[in-house]
Design a protein around this ligand. Structure first.
Ligand SMILES: [Fe+2]
Ligand SMILES: [Fe+2]
Length: 193
């Protein structure tokens, strides 16, 4: 057992989210290229820039408190990135794929919001005042990205046009469109939180 104290756990969680951000920064350019709606592509590109800044904030936190990160791979982000790759392979470019991309991206943001929320609480307990500020700034960016994705989903970058595509599609496409519809409704639920 290498995790014994709250500080050990903090370093583990921070190392995990550091890996998550790095994996996401590699996936976002592909997600931007895969989107049909230019606003959605722009949202992914903007979040790529933010994500690079978030990685720098973790570097600054580590330096400010003289910590050492562990080399671990975030398995959750690996899975989420893999799912976005599957969506791109399985759904042709258009409103249905955009709806699925938004749903997948919101799962990523919710994972990050949970991670940074936990890290903020632990940083407070551990007295990492300077680090807490970095974590709070990132948490605010993740929440704003999630909200922006909800707006895009509801504005027709996802839901409405995807629903139309579903009704016009032949019966054989029902499974594909059903799956995308689920992502779109998940986006709607997220926006109410
Ligand atoms: Fe992030
Ligand atoms: Fe994010």
């Amino acid at each position: 057992m290498t995790i014994k104290t709250l500080q050990d756990l903090f370093i583990h969680e921070l190392s995990d989210v550091y890996s998550a951000e790095k994996q996401l920064s590699k996936a976002l350019p592909r997600m931007a290229r895969a989107a049909e709606n230019p606003e959605l592509a722009a949202a992914f590109t903007t979040h790529l820039e933010e994500t690079r800044g978030q990685i720098e904030r973790i570097d600054q936190l580590v330096e400010a408190h003289d910590l050492r990160l562990k080399r671990i791979k975030c398995a959750a982000m690996e899975g989420l990135v893999e799912e976005s790759r599957e969506v791109i392979d399985e759904v042709e470019k258009g409103p249905v794929r955009d709806a699925a991309l938004i749903g997948g991206a919101q799962k990523v943001e919710h994972y990050e919001i949970a991670s940074y929320g936990t890290l903020c609480a632990m940083a407070k307990k551990l007295g990492y005042t300077e680090g807490l500020k970095f974590l709070q700034d990132t948490l605010a960016e993740e929440k704003a990205t999630d909200a922006k994705l909800s707006v895009l989903a509801e504005a027709g970058g996802g839901n409405d046009r995807a629903a139309q595509a579903g009704s016009a599609a032949p019966a054989g496409a029902a499974l594909k469109n059903g799956a995308a519809g689920k992502s779109a409704s998940a986006s709607k639920t997220a926006s109410k939180n």
